[in-house]
Write a protein that binds this ligand. Structure first.
Ligand code: 7TS
Length: 416
């Protein structure tokens, strides 16, 4: 049957930028469908990091010599581009961390636990679809400060039951946190509305944007969220660098986690004053090469255009949903409408366990993820132990989906 679906990008051209996509696995072309776990890296990102190490490696913010000036310029230049990429009004609202996980822990410890805003008896509202990294830090706050945690549920199609916020949010609510895109269901949540509800009672809205910033236009001023966390490695950048965006005034109210060099303005025996935002969160030598790599990733995505990235993924995902519906015994989770979901497709098959599916696909050179995807509360909600999950990015096209669908037919053949 002729394919009627089309994609926006010239994917064979894009693939040329990704050295890893030139290799084969098990003598088959590599079909990488696990960008939700981590994305592949274009030559531009790898080169930017190599260039730093080979031409101007020096620590930032301290050297009065040319190499140090260059590294500081690139490090701070990346901050400006990251800030522009997410619509922040000031680069000083962007703090570098190690990852989304570290960013969310920084909010939990620095704002909720060490800060003054959240007190014993207050409430924090999450959802059942969060990644573990947006559950566990709040458990710490509950255990150490005596706050109550409450959760918004999802419906059978994986959409948040928005009406539950009416009852769950009260005058004691101090933090409302949500993933903008679910890493399992792909659901896109209405963060703007959730932030508005949080603000009505004076709470802050904390957004886990690990799966949104890489895949769609995100504008923090449009969302009006207070904090937003994401990782470099899921957006074509390197591992080891993440971002915590925060409105200036909430970052001022957030205490640092790491004490040490760089994060102070003054230290005397037994006392210290913090540096300005965001430097007070960047104690010690930061991941300089990784930040520079992240800057190159932002440039790469900006050149493609985030509205186009989103459109491309909708096309590929729409085609995948159609093709997967032809595989006997396969059930897809999450919203049915591609406009309500990102490029993440979780599924189960009647006869094969998700790990078996992933193993058989591996033999075909198709990389997907299987397991609980660090979202066990969500698995509990659907009474599942695991799902198989394929996810798409700028370097995937309809042929990748065809390879996935063909490999899934093989799974059915093997399991009879
Ligand atoms: N939040 C969401 C929504 C995620 O998908 C992930 C990682 C994280 C937070 C944590 O990001 P990290 O960079 O700090 O590790 N998600 C996945 C996944 O779905 N499979 O592997 C990692």
């Amino acid at each position: 049957m002729a394919r009627t679906a089309k994609v926006l990008f010239d994917v064979p051209e894009i693939k040329k930028d990704f050295p890893i996509l030139q290799r084969t696995v098990r003598d088959k072309p590599l079909t990488y469908l696990d960008s939700t776990a981590t994305s592949q890296k274009p030559r531009q990102v790898i080169d930017a990091m190599t260039d730093y190490y080979s031409r101007y490696n020096a620590n930032v913010h301290r050297a009065i010599y040319e190499l140090g000036e260059e590294s500081t310029r690139e490090y701070e230049g990346a901050r400006e581009r990251v800030a522009a990429f997410i619509g922040a009004k000031d680069p000083m609202e962007v703090a570098y961390t190690k990852s989304t996980t570290e960013s969310l822990n920084l909010v939990a410890y620095g704002y909720a636990l060490k800060g003054k805003r959240v007190q014993k008896g207050d409430e924090i509202i999450g959802t059942v679809l969060e990644h573990h990294s947006n559950h566990v830090p709040w458990h710490f706050v509950r255990d150490l400060k005596g706050v109550t945690l409450k959760y918004v549920d999802v419906d059978e199609d994986g959409r948040l039951k928005m009406e539950q916020y009416d009852d769950l949010i009260t005058k004691r609510t101090k933090v409302v946190t949500v993933a903008q895109v679910s890493n399992v269901l792909g659901t896109i949540n209405d963060v703007k509305e959730i932030a508005k509800r949080a603000h009505e009672v004076g709470a802050v809205c904390v957004v886990d944007a690990a799966q949104s910033v890489p895949h769609m236009p995100v504008d923090v001023r449009e969302l009006d969220c207070d904090f937003l966390a994401f990782s470099g490695h899921k957006m074509l950048g390197p591992t080891g660098v993440g971002v915590l965006y925060g409105k200036k005034e909430v970052l001022e109210e957030t205490e640092p986690l790491l004490g040490g060099g760089e994060m102070i303005s003054e230290v005397h025996l037994g006392t210290a004053k913090w540096n300005d935002v965001p430097y007070k969160f960047e104690g010690g030598t930061p991941p300089i090469a990784e930040v520079i790599g992240l800057g190159a990733a932002v440039d790469y995505l900006t050149k493609l255009g985030m509205p186009a990235v989103r459109q491309h993924e909708m096309n590929v995902t729409g085609y995948a949903l159609q093709e997967l519906s032809n595989v006997a015994g396969l059930r897809v989770y999450g919203p049915k409408d591609v406009r309500q979901r990102g490029g993440v497709v979780s599924f189960t098959m009647a006869k094969a366990h998700p790990h078996d599916i992933a193993s058989i696909l591996d033999v075909e050179g198709v990389c997907i993820r299987s397991g609980h995807h660090c979202a066990q509360p969500l698995m509990d909600r659907y009474d599942l132990a695991a799902t198989a999950r394929a996810s798409f990015y700028v370097y995937n096209d309809l042929e990748d989906v065809d390879r996935l669908a063909a490999a899934l037919q093989k799974v059915n053949e093997v399991f009879g």
